[in-house]
Write a protein that binds this ligand. Structure first.
Ligand code: GMT
Length: 380
């Protein structure tokens, strides 16, 4: 199949899922066209089946806001015609599903049938999409998609609760490529991060409010009061400064390393003993899955799709949002005893294996076939 993938090119989970999906589909023989405003961070272009087309939005002084969806829908029309693309897969409803619908209508005028698959990722539904200023357009574009998928049952339930949706929503969870041999390729030294007796605790995110970043620091503070430990803070965003200030206030700056955005996540996780994800809401929690795939147990909140990923007492523990005391108690239960920690590490990896890439990507291929069939029927 020739598939156009529209996504955000940033470090965020939806862009990562879209990129990894496209790369795997390319390995499986499909021709993949990434269409976005910048090259996605995890995209390797040296692959005969992978193409990247940049959306340019020319600046014009009359426009207070530059019309990205207009430029995107025009680019989609051009690329579909040029490469004879069979299907558009848009990740994140805003504004991609909307631009996809417009492109579909323009192509229809020229007798070209193109189905749209929309994947809902989380904040496009729970935070941004639900805003009254966006809601009618988001509802419309979800209902006009030929197939809609969501990354967890929880996100599907939220979508049906918050929007008037007429479509079926298929749940296709986030996935991970587990390469157990990769451990051998670790090039950095543990001593860069911590002393041998210190446990390594890690948090990775885009440091937005929804991640409850101060809770990461508070849980870590309680852990380091009881056992020697270091905190690795990976990623960048508006709450990073807040976290730095809290560390200073609590006098633990020397125990916390802020990495910023990193392409060495697997290296950092390979030495981590525990992953913290105390988010306010989380549709799935790809970062938690990435940690588990590196044999790192997870202490998370019990919000959204996290209970679908993190199994309490097996891959880690779940606590109520904001309950930093409970999170610290659970963390210490795992960290205090090497034997218990080893069991959690093994079980975290085993749990992650349910989300292996080769189990999940065929579900998208199925959905693509369904979308192509449905558009054929619609045009008969
Ligand atoms: O919150 C993030 O980490 C970024 C955000 C995004 O839209 O890129 O992630 C969302 O999509 C990921 C991939 O499907 C999910 O794993 C994250 O849980 C989800 N984030 C939220 O729901 C807050």
């Amino acid at each position: 199949m020739k598939i156009a993938i529209v996504c955000y090119p940033t470090f965020g989970g939806s862009g990562v899922v879209a990129t990894e999906l496209g790369l795997e589909l390319a390995r499986r023989g499909h021709e993949i066209h990434f269409i976005t405003y910048r090259q996605p961070v995890r995209l390797a272009l040296l692959n005969p089946n992978v193409h990247y087309h940049e959306v340019n939005v020319p600046e014009y002084p009359l426009f207070h806001y530059q019309p990205y969806e207009l430029a995107l829908s025009s680019k989609l029309v051009d690329m579909v015609k040029l490469y004879k693309i069979d299907l558009l897969h848009v990740h994140y409803a805003i504004p991609h599903a909307y631009a996809g619908y417009m492109a579909k209508q323009m192509l229809k005028e020229e007798g070209i049938k193109i189905p749209i698959v929309t994947t809902l990722h989380g904040t496009d539904i729970t935070l941004v999409g639900n805003h009254p200023f966006y809601k009618p357009a988001v509802t419309f574009s979800i209902n006009k998609s030929d197939v809609v998928t969501s990354v967890s049952q929880s996100l599907k339930d939220d979508t049906l609760r918050l929007f008037d949706i007429k479509n079926e929503i298929a749940v296709i969870p986030n996935f991970i490529e587990i390469d157990e041999s990769e451990k051998v390729n670790i090039t950095c030294k543990r001593s860069v991060m911590a002393k041998p007796e210190e446990r390594i605790i890690t948090h990775i995110s885009n440091f937005r409010k929804v991640k409850n970043i101060p809770d990461v620091v508070k849980v870590f503070y309680k852990i380091q009061e009881k056992i020697p430990a270091k905190l690795m803070m990976v990623g960048d965003g508006p709450e990073k400064r807040v976290a730095e200030e809290l560390c200073e206030k609590l006098g633990i700056q020397d125990k916390v390393i802020f990495f910023g955005n990193s392409n060495e996540i697997n290296q950092i996780l390979s030495y981590s003993d525990l992953f913290l994800l105390p988010s306010e809401t989380e549709s799935f929690g790809l970062a938690a899955l990435e940690a588990m795939a590196c044999s790192v147990p997870v202490i998370s909140s019990n919000t959204g799709g996290l209970p679908e990923v993190n199994v309490p007492g097996v891959s880690g523990y779940l606590s109520n949002v904001g309950d930093v005391d409970d999170m610290a108690v659970n963390a210490l239960k795992i960290l205090k005893d090497q034997k218990i920690l080893n069991e959690f590490k093994i079980n975290a990896l085993e749990t992650a294996k349910q989300f292996q890439i080769d189990k999940i990507v065929p579900k998208y291929e199925e959905v693509y076939k369904q979308a192509i069939e449905s558009i054929k029927k619609a045009f008969i």
